[in-house]
Design a protein around this ligand. Sequence first.
Ligand SMILES: CC(C)(COP(=O)(O)OP(=O)(O)OC[C@H]1O[C@@H](n2cnc3c(N)ncnc32)[C@H](O)[C@@H]1OP(=O)(O)O)[C@@H](O)C(=O)NCCC(=O)NCCS
Length: 367
Amino acid sequence: MTQTVPVISPLVIPSSLDPGDPAAADFIAAGQLLNDHMLELWGNTDFHDSPATQLAGCRPSPVRRRVLLAARSGREILGLATLSLPLADNTHSASVKVVVAPQARRAGLGSRLYAAVEQAAAAGGRRTILSETDHPERPAAGSGGTLAPKSGAGSIPADAAAVFASKSGFSLEQVERISRLDLAATAVGQEALDAAAAAAGADYGLEFWRGACPERLVDAYARLKQTMSVAPPMAGLDVEEEQWDAARVREAERKALDMDAEVLVSAVRHLPTGALAGHTVLMVFNSNPAVAFQDDTLVLREHRGHRLGMLLKAANLVRLREELPETARIWTWNAAENEHMLAINDELGFQPAGYSGEWQKVIGGAS
Ligand SMILES: CC(C)(COP(=O)(O)OP(=O)(O)OC[C@H]1O[C@@H](n2cnc3c(N)ncnc32)[C@H](O)[C@@H]1OP(=O)(O)O)[C@@H](O)C(=O)NCCC(=O)NCCS
């Protein structure tokens, strides 16, 4: 019997998940491929997204457009490449991901998908391609040796994903530590919050919101989001500051609602000036309520050294327990060289669970 060569073509982002719509069936199958890959990698469903969340995440917005390419054999989807194109800033860059079904690997399909997605990025005027590979703490099958990033901090195993990225022309710029906090195993709660509040002193007060930022804080919050976009160590990644205003905050809130995500924000206010000095964000998808994701944590430079990082994180943890008691664990990603954030996370009880590689390829051409 002759094997047919999979055909690569764009995968339509459907307008709905109507089961009678072939584009919706294709989209669901592609999303299943991504979820299956997460299960293969992590051995659990913590990183599974529902089709509705995946669809909402792929819909175009003023700040981002997504392109999906599928490799099909007949109706079966054997591989997927995703391209994310920033539209409001960072218009020189794009992020990509390539996933091939296990039964179709080592036959050149990943390379073909990558070539197609790179071409789509170039056609969109992008010169820098970014990609991330995940590496759970347990040794990956067939892994031999390790790779060190240009930043010099941390390492990842030279497994299939890493070798594939290197062979596709990417350089490993940075490594992030992936950590997990099991909420049942941490004693951090009101007591730690009270201690951090005492250490911060009377000049600082907490704000909290779930979902929409209060109107009186939204401009200040937009400024924090903009600062956050380049505040963590970036190693050699070609990332520029994002442009945020109140409208973008509202757009991000709408997107989170569409993705069926709960967003919990704690912020700290410098009382003498009234200015916001920092914030931290937790996200929980309602389709996977045991799992929370740590998003931003920022303390503005002029307010560092007052235990505000711990204050913010302890405050959001206490609120998480009150507001979403089904949550059992939190996942977070930190640059391996981000000692201060890692020290706070260690104090909270986060345990290393793996590493991610932050890759970059400059394809030149456009500016
Ligand atoms: C990484 C992945 C996309 C590769 O897909 P693929 O179709 O097997 O890739 P190719 O057949 O085109 O392989 C290209 C090269 O990658 C490297 N590679 C791929 N799989 C590898 C493995 N298991 N071990 C070592 N090197 C490997 C090889 O250098 C290979 O070239 P070669 O076959 O000439 O030696 C696939 O393994 C996958 O889907 N993994 C899970 C998702 C992922 O990690 N994606 C990468 C991050 S975006």
